[in-house]
Design a protein. Sequence first.
Lengths: 313, 331
Amino acid sequence: MSSFSVTEPSGGTKWFAGILVVSYAILTLLPLLWIVATGFKTSEDAIAYPPKVLFEPSLEGYVNLLTERTRATEGMLEEAGPPRTWYEEIARDQGTVITGASRYGERFLNSVIIGFGSTALTMILGTMAAYAFSRFRVPLKDDLLFFILSTRMMPPIAVAIPIFLMFRQLGLSDTHLGMILLYTAVNLSLSVWLLKGFIDEIPREYEEAAMIDGYTRFQAFRKVVLPQAATGIASTAIFCLIFAWNEYAFAVLLTSGTAQTAPPFIPTIIGVSGKDWPAVAAGATIFLVPVMVFTILLRKHLLRGITFGAVRK
Amino acid sequence: MAEVRLDGVTKRFGRTTALDDVTMTIPDGSFVVLLGPTGAGKTTTLRMVSGLDAPDSGDIAIGGRSVAGLTPAQRDVAMVFQQYSLYPHLTVRENLAFPLRSPILRTPPDVIERTVRDVAEVLQIAHKLDNRATALSGGEMQRVSIGRALVRRPAVYLMDEPLSSLDAKLRADLRVELKGIQAESGATLLYVTHDQIEALTMATHVGVLDRGRLVQFGTPRAIYEDPVSVYAASRLGQPRINVLPADLFPGAPHGASHIGLRPEQIRQGEGQDAAVTRVERLGDQTRLHLSLAGHDIVTVTDAHTDLRGGDHIQIRPDRPFYFGADGARIA
């Protein structure tokens, strides 16, 4: 059992630590706040100098992000009549009319499918592989583990061209399945290593007890090991999701239509009608939400300590 | 309830031989205690019978049927681990119910409820049933761990030093309780300990293990009164048997290199002169530490003795054990 002594820090130390933590938080959160704020600015406010800290919020960025518009001519305006909805009004104010929904929704959905799909697949394969490496006498175990790790020793993009050619041969280019498999392959090495560490820490006695209590090894794995590895699985899943969610290079290279994710799509917003920073910021803001929600949902599993003390060592 | 038979069981871990050709029959309904120091192969024996490890050679049969190749679940054994491995994500109640809910037993909920309550009652943990397993003291965890075995009626119970982490009073209580449960249910129980009190109070048979070999198997009384070697003789008896050079006293048989003297084998008041170095009063008995020709001897005397350090008494062996140079008993 690991034990550590805790000394109550003095008042001064506490204050110092507090100031340090708060300043660090401000430093890291400020850009985030800036993006969220920019999403609610008008195009003019977004590029105003000196930058506006206080501004009148506008949904212009979000409307521009989620709609396709075209510059309005006199004839079009007459034909369309007065704006019927608040978003049409916002588009009209910029001298444009809405011609339809933008592709952002689809791209966002692709990100969700590919991000969560590959994370789920990685966790299923990773947990089982890590368990096997942790518990069984696998021939050439160390070599295999090193081989798995070595797949991450160069940046994934270094193998972009072979992967591009392979995907074209296999018909995986621009498919959800292709992207899920690719991100799973990249994430698997990290997750096997991380999860093996977590599973190594779970004493074997638990499974042995369960197997004697009348369960098969797989049932013992499911009922005894998995609940205790929850912490490790949650934190590994967050790592995997963040990678798959943010991945840009492969997404640009391998997807263009059906399976395009949000990261390669967001920069294309810039070009539509001048530099539309509020729309870009709005796209980034919405893009941030799922990972944040996922992390917050799994937060309680990130707190360690459920297994402390039940096995005497 | 079943007989367990080990036949020429050998197990190696790398270069060390944990079990060396162990053959032993654990009769149906017996309480067998395996004695020996750490590394003697006690736990390995349990793991072989449970199916957690497989022997390199030899066979194990439970109830007359070879269990080679069977999983622990299929062998119908219950085991209490030395590390009381409670499932930390479950409550005490769920821990106790876990074996009953297994796919093999599939016990109905009302039976589970009743059994868990009964066992918790016996082990004095009924008030902790809804606690998380991690929120218990060491002694409570150990009791839940024993309870998890007792909820079942397996062919054989295996227990690996189940009482070692309990305080003296609880240990004494549970000794009686365990013996009672075993005697009442007629269960076969294989029990590992290095506490000789546990062996003497509970066992119907004792197996003495020495570096992977079963050196003696018999009733506790037989092992105490008729040990096969210095090693077996040293397992039981409090204070320990005194092992001295055989020529210290007259009358040693030919080939004897050591003489073994338990306290009751030392007659006081006649024979050779020994100096009293220390008198230890334990209440119901008093231990005498003696020095005879440079050798220390510990024996027991009258609780109210007037002897004190510096005194001299005479002692002589009374039907002692004689051992050869290899430690084997020769007389």
